[in-house]
Design a protein around this ligand. Structure first.
Ligand SMILES: Cc1cc2nc3c(=O)[nH]c(=O)nc-3n(C[C@H](O)[C@H](O)[C@H](O)COP(=O)(O)O)c2cc1C
Length: 210
């Protein structure tokens, strides 16, 4: 079965694989986070392309800093269990990562560390292996967080996730979004669509319309 979808100025042929289950979140919990805006826009695009998308806020999954003694004594915290189940239940994950000192946020790294453990306190790749990851970043700086994306790519790849090659960095993020929280620049918008199309394995149609 093949679906034809019109996204922006492109007609896209969406194969069944586009009906993927996708989890999306930002590595920043800040209410007005640029990365939350970017992840919401990415999620909307994924929905338009036929995916079933769940957007979450890591603020709803607060968990303690990973500590081996705490894990041995109390096991995996409840929110880490909840988030890990969500990750395991999705085919693909979209992460927008803030740029903190040239790397990812401590919040995001802590989440990844917990997600790389099993409920019985052993290393586990179940939340990453066989899953496709689209990673992106928005930052007020001029590089948009490209350096932190390189770190995130390496971390996720190391624990078994398949990170997509297209990775959008949004520079000058304080000026990049309109009042509705949507990217203003058509080139950045298109780059985000291309990244999500790659994640969902959606092929551009031979003949573009409108
Ligand atoms: C601890 C910390 C370190 C930061 N380091 C950098 C940096 O190295 N380069 C940069 O461009 N911005 C840096 N910033 C600014 C963040 O990119 C900016 O606050 C951004 O808005 C955070 O993402 P958010 O909008 O999604 O919350 C830093 C911010 C914090 C809090």
């Amino acid at each position: 079965m093949i679906k034809t979808l019109v996204v922006g100025c492109l007609t896209l042929i969406a194969p069944l694989s586009a009906e993927m289950k996708v989890l999306a979140f930002s590595g920043s919990t800040r209410a007005d986070s640029y990365n939350k805006k970017l992840v919401r826009e990415a999620a909307d695009i994924a929905k338009q392309m036929g995916a079933k998308v769940t957007v979450i806020d890591l603020k709803d999954y607060v968990m303690p800093l990973y500590d081996g003694d705490l894990e041995a004594k109390s096991g995996m915290p409840a929110n880490a269990k909840k988030l890990r189940k969500l990750m395991i239940g999705n085919d693909a994950i979209i992460i927008s990562s803030p740029n903190y000192n040239g790397s990812i946020s401590g919040t995001l790294k802590n989440v990844i560390d917990w997600m790389s453990r099993s409920e019985d306190g052993k290393p586990s790749r179940d939340a990453f292996k066989g899953k496709r990851f689209a990673i992106m970043s928005a930052s007020p700086g001029s590089t948009g967080g490209a350096r932190n994306l390189a770190h995130l790519d390496e971390i996720i790849g190391r624990i078994g996730g398949e990170v997509m090659p297209l990775q959008l960095s949004v520079p000058a993020a304080h000026n990049a979004f309109n009042a509705k929280g949507v990217l203003e620049d058509p080139a950045l918008k298109q780059a985000l669509k291309d990244e999500i199309a790659e994640l969902l394995q959606v092929q551009p149609a031979e003949a573009a319309t409108s």
